[in-house]
Design a protein around this ligand. Structure first.
Ligand code: TXA
Ligand code: MG
Length: 323
């Protein structure tokens, strides 16, 4: 059910759950200070309770309401990238709901760069926890229609158009001594983060055996996540994709493909995306939603080159299918 901005604010203040647009993907939002409301998110998504949520705030001045420290490196990152597709994981204030934190000692914060999301947070004087508005392990939604297709028509959706970044935010944790660590790749690259962090002379924390053990849980990092319903196969180049499609079709299986960059055409349904990381990120989930809806036996996806600019797209694709 589509709702207006005013209705969305009223529902959230009333302890309801509303799907909201952000620049990355649609989020399933609830008042971040209301445990009963937060529990509804986990129930709707069928998401395990120990997976923490990102708190969306209207402006960086609100960080101190949630975090005990705002180290200089985190301030610089917030100044450089907020509002935008960056989530900062910081030591949490004791009052922050354990439901939001998934029992971690930290809280994840982000100022989204979407006019509708910002209007909701500011006009409503709200902070909302919002994981992607999809069932646990399924494809993230980048339109209001994707949300309804995944969660059903009865879910309240604030329609803000198609998301223009298209994949989830980059997550960086910053400890109280200012050491930082990339937890999830996104369209703000590790190199972008390192450049800004370098202004403060702060190097990333070394990922030794100890640091690894201390790594917080990142549910997006599950081996199979972001998956369409149709089994999805990944190919390093167009030629191997075409060869496999011929073998599959000869065996009577139907195929559809996601093609990236130039190459030979295929003789079955496909979506072609240009050799440009930003464009592919923007259209990645909507392309996979569309291919999934074709209800073929196998989806074949051509991987982009293993270059730093493609890292976030490669991360999401490698979790969606099998090589
Ligand atoms: O772009 C995005 O980040 C989207 C939009 C809606 O903002 N949200 C999103 O939420 O991707 P979700 O729940 O699908 O992913 C949240 C990620 C998870 O991988 C979770 O582990 C991590 O944030 N996270 C949240 N709180 C954390 C914490 N305290 N420590 C470590 N990781 C945390
Ligand atoms: Mg998600």
């Amino acid at each position: 059910m589509r709702v207006s901005l005013e209705q969305a604010i009223a529902e959230l203040k009333n302890g309801g759950v509303v799907a909201i647009p952000t620049e990355t993907v649609y989020g399933l939002a609830a008042d971040a200070t209301n445990d009963n409301a937060l529990k509804k998110i986990f129930a709707i998504k069928q998401r395990p309770a120990d997976h923490p949520l990102i708190v969306h705030i209207g402006d960086m001045n609100q960080v101190s309401d949630w975090a005990t420290t705002f180290p200089e490196v985190a301030i610089k990152l917030a100044e450089a990238f907020w509002p935008g597709p960056l989530t900062l994981v910081l030591p949490a204030q004791p009052h922050v709901s354990r439901v939001v934190r998934g029992d971690e000692p930290t809280v994840a914060l982000r100022v989204p760069n979407h006019p509708v999301a910002l209007a909701l947070l500011k006009q409503g004087n709200l902070s909302v926890a919002a994981p992607s508005a999809n069932l646990f392990t399924q494809l993230s939604p980048t339109t209001a229609a994707h949300v309804e297709a995944g969660l059903g028509e009865s879910i309240s959706v604030l329609d803000g158009g198609a998301c223009h970044v298209g994949i989830e935010s980059t997550i960086v944790s910053v400890s109280s001594n200012g050491q930082w660590q990339l937890l999830r790749p996104g369209m703000i690259s590790e190199e972008d983060i390192a450049k800004v962090a370098a202004i403060t002379n702060q190097a990333p924390s070394t990922v030794g055996a100890d640091a690894k053990q201390a790594l917080p849980k990142v549910p997006g990092q599950h081996a199979l996540h972001y998956s369409p319903r149709t089994p999805l196969l990944l190919f390093k180049d167009r030629q191997s994709l075409i060869e496999e499609s011929e073998a599959l079709q000869a065996a009577g299986w139907s195929c559809a493909a996601l093609l990236i960059g130039d190459g030979d055409e295929v003789n079955f349904q496909s979506i072609s995306l240009p050799n440009a990381p930003e464009k592919v990120a923007e259209l990645l989930y909507s392309s996979l939603h569309c291919l999934d809806a074709m209800k073929v036996d196998r989806l074949l996806v051509e991987l982009p080159p293993a270059l730093p600019s493609w890292l976030a797209v490669l991360d999401r694709l490698s979790r969606a299918g099998y090589r």
